[in-house]
Design a protein around this ligand. Structure first.
Ligand code: GUN
Ligand code: FE
Length: 424
């Protein structure tokens, strides 16, 4: 067993931080054995003690919704709402990923930058293309970082270059599943119908069948934007709500499911989502940038709906999940201004959303409780701690003011993760 000594901060419950000043995390075989104030608590099995001095040691970040092929579009072209934004900016960029050399250049930078910001696990949309999706998965594997990567399935209402037949989509998914679907692997496939407007009923049915047959998780988009929701009503007139349109095809909790946005989820849809244990990927910057609205996160938490945070590059402009905590808190404060019965998110809640709550989608990830995989960040906040702040205030200042330069060391599943290589 190895011991890591530092100022340890994590959340077991959403309402409270666990803080151990100059404490130890014991790690064996990639998993946390426990946290203690003294090394003696771990007995005689200790091989090594790594002392990080006055630095902070926190669980690593999880990005629950991000589009790797939109990395070039990060922080540009946010002047349209969702549907014209997709047509004008997003689909043309994604079409470029038919070229694996372009994909290698963009995807290696994307994986590199997730590493920079301390995101050790992600739930990722790729594109419809087999070769470049395979390459993205290989880049995650080479980096040693965890990812659920979806080859995107779509066959209507986009541009011709992004439409494919159902047979092609199924064959590509099955090729990736054959190569990548090992139960303990850090990098695995996830079934990814883009969203209802992009998928014919037959495509949705095929996706549901794949999820069922291979017992794979599912990701998509849900109730992000008013025009999108109205369109889904037209396309799927028999469905009781947007969520039900996925449910009818076995894409709503039949296997572990995560839906991005859910800005306008309420009523029957919320009830179904709760019953089906569907997780929400909350993407506050994206919801601001493409003017989708403010997701009712307090309502979700009160209902017991699981929530994680997502950057949603390039609807969102910021890859930092630390910053996503800040945006989630700020947006919740605007919701609170409209309805004082919905209390805004606290710092511990936002931290818990980004770590333990999100991490549950990957298994035991996101906490330092015994049995959790050791995904961690060592934070050097010396530049921010100029006047003996408390440990909690140091964490808060890192989240609000810090950036990738404050992340000294990154661990995923017990392994220290070195800087990934860029392909130019
Ligand atoms: N809905 C369908 N595709 C997308 C996408 O690429 N980004 C966002 N934000 N919403 C979507
Ligand atoms: Fe998205």
């Amino acid at each position: 067993m190895k011991l890591y000594k530092a100022n340890i901060i994590f959340t077991r419950e959403k309402d409270q931080f666990e803080i151990v000043e100059q404490g130890y995390v014991g790690v064996d075989n990639g998993r946390v054995v426990g946290v203690a104030a003294s090394a003696d608590a771990f007995g005689k099995e200790v091989e090594d003690v790594i002392d990080y001095g006055d630095k902070l040691l926190i669980p690593a970040m999880n990005d629950m919704h991000v589009h790797a092929p939109q990395y070039r579009n990060q922080a540009i072209s946010m002047d349209l709402e969702l549907l014209p934004w997709l047509m004008n900016y997003t689909f043309p960029e994604e079409a470029k990923f038919s070229d694996p050399r372009y994909a290698a250049r963009m995807y290696s930078r994307f994986v590199h930058d997730l590493w920079r910001f301390g995101t050790m696990r992600s739930v990722v949309f790729a594109t419809i293309h087999l070769e470049s999706t395979r390459l993205l998965m290989q880049l995650f594997r080479d980096a040693g970082m965890g990812a659920l990567v979806g080859k995107v399935d779509m066959d209507r209402n986009a541009i011709d270059a992004l439409h494919e037949s159902i047979d092609e989509a199924v064959a590509k998914n099955e090729a990736l599943i054959a190569e990548w679907n090992a139960p303990d692997s850090l990098v695995r496939p996830i079934i990814t119908p883009r969203f209802v407007p992009s998928c014919s009923p037959a495509m949705l049915r095929a996706c549901g069948k794949l999820a069922q047959k291979y017992q794979l998780p599912v990701q998509s988009h849900l109730s992000e934007n008013a025009s999108e929701i109205a369109w889904v009503k037209e396309l799927e007139p028999e469905s009781r709500n947007y969520g039900d349109a996925y449910d009818r095809y076995g894409l709503f909790g039949q296997t572990p499911t995560i839906m991005a946005h859910c800005v306008h989820t309420a009523g029957d849809e919320l009830e179904l989502m709760t019953r089906r244990n569907v997780m929400v990927a909350h993407c506050p910057t994206s919801n601001l940038n493409v003017s989708s609205g403010m997701a009712p996160i307090r309502t979700f938490l009160d209902r017991g709906v699981k929530v994680g945070l997502g950057s949603d590059i390039s609807g969102g402009h910021d890859l930092s999940i630390m910053r996503m905590m800040v945006y989630a808190i700020q947006v919740s404060k605007m919701c609170y201004c409209r309805d004082k019965s919905k209390h805004f998110l606290t710092l511990s809640e936002a931290f818990w959303l980004a770590t333990k709550s999100a991490g549950s989608f990957f298994g035991h990830v996101g906490s330092f409780e015994p049995g959790y995989e050791f995904d961690a960040l060592v934070i050097d906040d010396a530049d921010l701690n100029h006047d003996n702040y408390s440990l909690l205030h140091r964490l808060e200042r890192f989240i609000y003011l810090g950036d990738d330069r404050n992340i000294a060391v990154r661990f995923c599943r017990g392994q220290e993760i070195p800087e990934p290589r860029l392909h130019n």
